[in-house]
Ligand binder design. Sequence first.
Ligand SMILES: Cc1ncc(COP(=O)(O)O)c(C=O)c1O
Length: 379
Amino acid sequence: MLASQRSLFDIPSDIVYLNCAYMSPLMKPALEAGVAGLARKSRAWELTADAFFTGSEAFRSTAARLLDCSPDCVAIVPSASYGVATAARNLPVRKGKAILVLAEQFPSNYYSWQRLAAEQGADLKVVPWPENSDWTAAVLDGLTEEVAIAALPHVHWTSGGRLDLVRIGQECRKQGTRLVLDLTQSLGALPFSVREVQPDFAVAASYKWLMGPYTIGLLYVAPQWQNGIPLEENWIQRANARNFSNLILYTPEYEGGARRFDMGERSNFALVPAADRAMQQILEWSVAEISETCGALTRQLATAAGECGFSSPPEKLRAPHYLCLRRKSGIPPDLTHLLARRRIFVSVRGNSARVTPHVYNSAEDVERLITCLRLITAT
Ligand SMILES: Cc1ncc(COP(=O)(O)O)c(C=O)c1O
C-alpha cells in the first residue's frame, strides 16, 4: 500500500476528489514537464529536427513498459476513438460474421464497430448486462464462432465490472477472433500485460488512469498488423522523415513498427513530455501498488455504502480502483450537486454513482463521502 501522494498534486485541502475515472488531476511534475515543453516553442530556433523524435521515442518506451511490450509496438494517438478507428480500418470482417461489444459500452469503442458492421453486412452482437455481475462469463458465452472481432474494455465503465482478459484472450485465439481493447478506464491502475493477454490492438487515452493531459494516448498494435493502413498519411511516419531537406523525395516506406499509426503532429512538445512524466511516476509507484491502495479505499466505501442501501458488484468481479454504487430506488438525481456543494466529487454514469479514488485520496476522504451519503439517503 502506498502512503498518500497528495503532496505531488495541487488539490486544496477541503477537496475530496474521487473522480479519477472522469479526469485525473495533473500531478505537479507532469505539469512542469508540459509547461517546459510548451515553453520550448518560445525559442523556436532551439527546436532542432531531433526534438521531433526524442520526446516521442521516450513516450513510446515508457508506454511500452506499462503495456509490457516492445516500444516498436506503440503508436501515439490523440484519443481512444482514434485507436479504435485504426483497429476498425485494419481488421477484416465480412457478411455473416459478428463484432462483439458489451451492453452500455463506451461510445468511443462502439460507433466505429457499428459503422464497420453496417458497411460489411456483419452483425453487431451486444453482450447483455449480467445480473450476477460476471462480465467474463457473459463474454465467454457470447464468443461464438461467428464473432470475428471482440471489442472490449478491461473494466466496464458504468458497472466497474472487471473482465478476465487473459481467459478471454485465450478463447479468442482458440477460435480466431481478433481482440481489440479499450484500456482507458484501467491502464495505469489495474495490472495488465500485452504478453499475457495478446490483443491485436489496445488503446488508452492518457487523461484518466495514465494521469496525463487531455488529447494524447497510446495504441498497442500487435506485430501482425504493423504493415496495416494508418488513418492519416503524414511526413513523420515515413522512413525519410529525419532528413527535413529531402521530405519531398516521397517514399512508400514507413518508419518501423507501429510508428506508421502515429497521429499527425505526434511530436506535440507540451502533451508528450507531460504524459510521459505521468507514466514514469505511475511506474515508480507501480501499478500493483496503485491498485491495492485504491482497492482498500473502495472496499471501505463499499461496506459503508451497503449499510445505506447501495449495492456494488462483488469484490472479486470488480476492478479495485473503480466502485459503482447502485440503489433499488435509484441514484438521487441531484447527488453529484449535493456532494459538490460539500466539495466532494464523484460522477453518475448510467444508473450508478461512480467513485474512483487514486493515490492522493485517504481513508478520511472516504469517511467524508460516507457521512454525506448517510445524510442524503436519510432524507
Ligand atoms: C471507457 C472509455 N473509453 C474511452 C474514453 C475516452 O474516449 P476518447 O478518448 O475517444 O474521447 C472514456 C471517457 O470517459 C471512457 O470512459
